[in-house]
Design a protein around this ligand. Structure first.
Ligand code: IPD
Ligand code: CA
Length: 263
């Protein structure tokens, strides 16, 4: 609070992410060394760390009493929580592919209140606030109206056991299935009606927190794999336009059974 007026978190976040986006663009496709985290597929760069520092420094300055969870090593807990991914889609960023984003969400008592996903190479900012609708660069967005999987373009992430079988099944039912490489951005694309569903497995809260509110505010449905309303810590997610949700869940659960992860 400043002078009794609640600071506009959305405006703060959009400006901050656009500033960090300019920094990322200086290094996009030009990073010469990467560090492995849990394995050779899980990488981080100095740029991820610097971008996170820029974001965290600003939040600490403006909202000093609030807590932060951020991918590169901050794991606080609290009623007023910021959840940050400084680069979602680090592999795309390193390889010079444009599908990467910066993601920030504000969560109060476990509920996402605001989220912003900014894709600097695409010059797109997607955002939403609770009960305020969802937007892309200032234009209101809505999920698609497709009711039949045959008209749908779906999307998922790359998960060693899950993805092959999921795509094999979904390719028989949908127009196409895409893997874009940034979960945050991909979730928002459901909100923008660019894809009809997005399925993601064993994901971290910073990858989907902002996308969660964007999709909900765009009129979509977000559940876990059991079909239960998802929250930011759910881990497995189906984001959809709502109209094809049940059919997508059915396929997800067939795959889980086949790979021995089903009920
Ligand atoms: C990754 C991306 C990717 C998803 C992975 C995430 P990162 O995030 O969102 O699309 O499939 O599960 O870890 O590591 O680039 O921030
Ligand atoms: Ca990241």
């Amino acid at each position: 609070m400043e002078g009794g007026i609640e600071l506009d978190r959305l405006d703060f976040s959009i400006k901050l992410l656009r500033r960090v986006g300019h920094f990322l663009m200086l290094h996009w496709g030009k990073v010469d060394s990467v560090e492995k985290k849990t394995g050779f597929k899980d990488i981080v760069t100095e740029i991820d760390k610097k971008a996170q520092e820029m974001i965290v420094e600003e939040i600490r300055k403006v909202f000093p009493d609030e807590n932060i969870i951020a991918e590169e090593g901050i794991s606080e807990n609290g009623k007023k929580l910021w959840i940050i991914d400084p680069i979602d889609g680090t592999i795309n960023f390193v390889h010079g592919l444009p599908n990467f984003s910066i993601s920030i969400a504000y969560v109060e008592n476990g509920e996402v209140k605001m989220g912003v996903v900014h894709a600097p190479a695409l010059n797109e900012t997607l955002y939403a606030e609770e009960n305020g609708g969802a937007f892309l660069n200032g234009e209101r967005i809505r999920v698609s109206g497709n009711t039949s999987l045959e008209e749908c373009v779906g999307s998922t992430g790359s998960y060693v056991d899950f993805t092959g079988k999921f795509i094999e099944k979904m390719e028989k039912k949908t127009r196409r299935v895409r893997i874009l490489g940034s979960a945050a951005l991909n979730a928002c694309y459901v909100g923008a009606g660019r894809v009809d569903f997005f399925v993601t497995w064993r994901i971290n809260p910073w990858d989907i927190a902002a996308g969660l509110i964007v999709v909900k505010e765009a009129g979509g449905t977000v559940t876990d794999f059991a079909g239960k309303e998802a929250n930011v810590f759910s881990k497995n997610f189906v984001f959809s336009n709502g109209l094809v949700h049940e059919e997508v869940l059915e396929v997800v659960n067939e795959v889980l059974k086949e790979i021995g992860e089903g009920k």
